[in-house]
Design a protein around this ligand. Structure first.
Ligand SMILES: [Zn+2]
Length: 174
């Protein structure tokens, strides 16, 4: 079993039993990211939470994943297309998207854990425009560069034998 550094706790919440695959993907990416960048991991105790949420979740317009860096707590949300009532049959295209979003968000987690600014660049963009600022942000650019590499190198392998689709048997709302 792969192990995380002892100061990092990982909690995973998904409807499909894929905790181990997510955990292993996180460990693989964290190892790759720190060795490739030479950046040092924080020594602080940090709790990382990763939740696969309903694809139709509100408040995530046009975004498939988000990560939040709080005080020693990092929270990641990934939209799970296989969780919805009208979910598509499990297929390679949708799975690639899901694993890409996961890998992308995990790069952001690595950035938080190493206090990395991302990749400096000289591309011109409108700093007053929130969309451009996000899109050309140094962390965002780094996450986008590493995302396909990490999907191919790690996520695919860890999820290979797994079925991601789950039938929701019951759903209650408040
Ligand atoms: Zn991002």
């Amino acid at each position: 079993m792969k192990t995380l550094p002892s100061n990092i706790t990982l909690n995973v919440v998904t409807i499909a039993p894929i905790e181990e695959a997510i955990r292993n993907t996180f460990i693989d990416i964290l190892k790759d990211y720190t060795s490739r960048s030479g950046k040092k991991l924080t020594k602080k105790k940090v709790t990382v939470g990763i939740a696969f949420i309903e694809d139709s979740a509100e408040g995530m317009d046009g975004t498939l994943g988000t990560s939040f860096d709080g005080d020693n707590r990092i929270m990641v949300q990934v939209r799970d297309p296989y969780m919805d009532e009208d979910a598509p049959e499990e297929n390679d295209y949708t799975t690639l998207m899901l694993l890409s979003v996961l890998s992308h968000e995990l790069v952001h987690v690595c950035q938080y854990l190493t206090n990395s600014p991302g990749i400096p660049h000289k591309i011109k963009y409108n700093k007053k425009d929130p969309f451009e600022s996000y899109f050309f942000g140094e962390r965002e650019l780094e996450a986008r560069i590493l995302e396909p590499l990490y999907v191919q190198k790690y996520a695919y392998k860890n999820f290979k034998e797994l079925t991601l689709q789950r039938e929701i048997l019951d759903e209650d709302e408040r």
